[in-house]
Design a protein around this ligand. Structure first.
Ligand SMILES: [Zn+2]
Length: 287
């Protein structure tokens, strides 16, 4: 098993970051806080941490007025994670969605979005990442542009690609209606080294089911792709308009065991997971 980290946002808030502010800017403004979180995950047993750059493409940064700081934020995010990791552990440059739709559904043009992802990839690379992880994608066109950017500007470093699924009447689908076989074959055809899923609104049992679907979809490929999983700490409950995750570290580790049994060997956590969840997985599954 190769162990990733857990959530970043909640850890930042626990250390005084203000909800609604730009988390990614903290790489520049308060790298010590970001460093502390990376170190907490490495202490818990993570083999790799994800940079604090989920919202650091120029479109997502526009909302906070930091669009022109994209390169700086990504470089700084990679540097602080690199410092925490040293030479013996790994850093994955985190790439999230723009938060908007491409034409014709929305207003973003493909060439501009590709350029924004290339800009992010270059910044992350300058800061010393070991690879890239594209997360929480729901649309195939945006996913494709991000993978292409990481492949073309990433200097040959590994690319992990992930979409977010919910389970409805038609089985597992992303918000934009993409099913698992379509997501997996698209990722593989674009040259992703690992295919996975993260976030969403599934229960732990459903994440195990989703793992099985992913492994089945990846199996026919002649390319030896890895499959990875970053489940949330269970299904969120809405409390005063906020999503609350109640799954305890031991329960999370138990689901992790099922996920490994399904044939997945790269495991991390998304929303609601913290260093305790990662530690529980490391202790239960590394024995
Ligand atoms: Zn999440």
């Amino acid at each position: 098993m190769f162990l990733l980290d857990g959530a970043m946002g909640t850890q930042l808030f626990a250390r005084g970051a203000e909800p609604g502010q730009c988390n990614d800017w903290l790489n520049v403004k308060s790298p010590d806080i970001v460093m502390e979180i990376h170190c907490a995950y490495f202490d818990a047993g993570s083999d790799a941490v994800l940079t604090n750059t989920f919202g650091a493409n120029r479109y997502a940064l526009t909302r906070h007025g930091y669009a022109d700081k994209a390169s700086e934020i990504n470089r700084a995010g990679a540097q602080v994670a690199r410092q925490a990791a040293g030479d013996r552990r790994y850093v994955l440059g985190d790439i999230g969605p723009t938060g908007d739709f491409l034409e014709p559904l929305g207003t973003l043009r493909a060439d501009q979005v590709r350029e924004a992802f290339v800009e992010q990839v270059r910044g992350l690379r300058e800061g010393g990442v070991d690879g890239f992880i594209i997360e929480t994608m729901t649309a195939l066109d945006e996913l494709s542009l991000a993978i292409e950017a990481a492949r073309s500007a990433g200097g040959g470093l590994p690319v992990l690609a992930s979409m977010s699924f919910d389970k409805g009447g038609a089985g597992f689908r992303t918000m934009m209606g993409v099913d698992v076989p379509t997501a997996v074959s698209k990722m593989i055809s674009l040259g992703a080294d690992a295919v996975g899923f993260n976030c969403g609104t599934a229960s732990l049992d459903e994440y195990v089911e989703l793992s099985e679907a992913y492994v089945a979809a990846a199996r026919p490929s002649k390319k030896k792709v890895q499959v990875f999983a970053e489940p949330n700490a269970g299904k969120p409950e809405l409390v005063d308009g906020r999503a609350v995750y109640r799954v305890a570290p031991e329960e999370f580790a138990a689901a992790g065991r099922q996920i490994l049994k399904a044939g997945i060997h790269i495991l991390g956590g998304c929303c609601g997971t913290g260093p305790q969840h990662i530690r529980a997985v490391a202790e239960a599954l590394r024995a």
